[in-house]
Design a binder for this molecule. Structure first.
Ligand code: ZN
Length: 173
C-alpha cells in the first residue's frame, strides 16, 4: 500500500527546481488528502498574493521560512483559512498572533494581526480574525505582509498548498 501512496503523491507533485525528497512522509500525504477532502479552505487575505514561499530549514535548529508571506497592507482583514477553534489570540514576541486549531489536527497561524477574536472562539472558514497589524515582519520588498503558517504537531507544512489542492504537501526533509 505504501509504495502506491508514494507513487501517486509523486505524480501529483508539480515540476520543481529542487530535487524531490527521496521519501514523502505519510503525514504529508495525509495533509494533501485533507486539503482535497475539505474544500472549505479559503485564503486568509483576498486576493492571496504570494511574496515569499515556504522554505523550511533542513533541520529544526536552522533558520528558514516556516510559512508563506502574503502581500497585505496594514489594516487588511485577515480571515480564518478553515473552520476551527482559536487557541491563541494576542501578542507573541512583539507582534499580534492568531492561531486556529482545526478538526484534523492542523493549526494555522497568522501574524502580525490585531485580533478581534478571543481564545476558545469557534470560527468558520472566512471568519474575520482581525487585521494586519504593525508588528515585526520580514516582507522583503513589499511594505507589509501577512505571515501565514501551517503546522501539524511539531511539523511545519506549506499553507499555500491548502489553496492548491491536488498537489502533494511536502514536509521538510
Ligand atoms: Zn513569513
Amino acid at each position: 500500500m505504501l509504495p502506491l501512496i508514494l507513487a501517486s503523491a509523486a505524480l501529483l507533485v508539480p515540476p520543481l527546481a529542487a530535487p524531490l525528497p527521496a521519501l514523502v512522509p505519510a503525514a504529508a500525504v495525509a495533509v494533501a488528502g485533507a486539503a482535497r477532502g475539505a474544500p472549505g479552505w479559503v485564503p486568509p487575505v483576498d486576493p492571496p498574493v504570494l511574496v515569499a514561499p515556504f522554505d523550511p530549514p533542513a533541520h529544526d535548529w536552522l533558520p528558514g521560512h516556516r510559512g508563506v508571506d502574503l502581500a497585505a497592507g496594514s489594516g487588511t482583514p485577515v480571515r480564518a483559512a478553515g473552520a476551527g477553534t482559536v487557541v491563541w489570540a494576542g501578542p507573541l514576541a512583539g507582534r499580534g498572533v492568531v492561531v486556529v486549531e482545526h478538526d484534523d489536527g492542523l493549526r494555522t497561524t497568522y501574524e502580525p494581526v490585531d485580533a478581534v477574536v478571543v481564545e476558545g472562539e469557534q470560527v468558520a472558514a472566512g471568519h474575520l480574525l482581525g487585521t494586519v497589524g504593525d508588528g515585526d515582519v520580514h516582507c522583503g520588498h513589499v511594505p507589509r505582509c501577512l505571515h501565514w503558517g501551517l503546522r501539524r504537531g511539531r511539523d511545519y507544512l506549506d499553507p499555500w498548498r491548502l489553496l492548491h489542492p491536488g498537489r502533494a504537501v511536502l514536509l521538510p526533509p
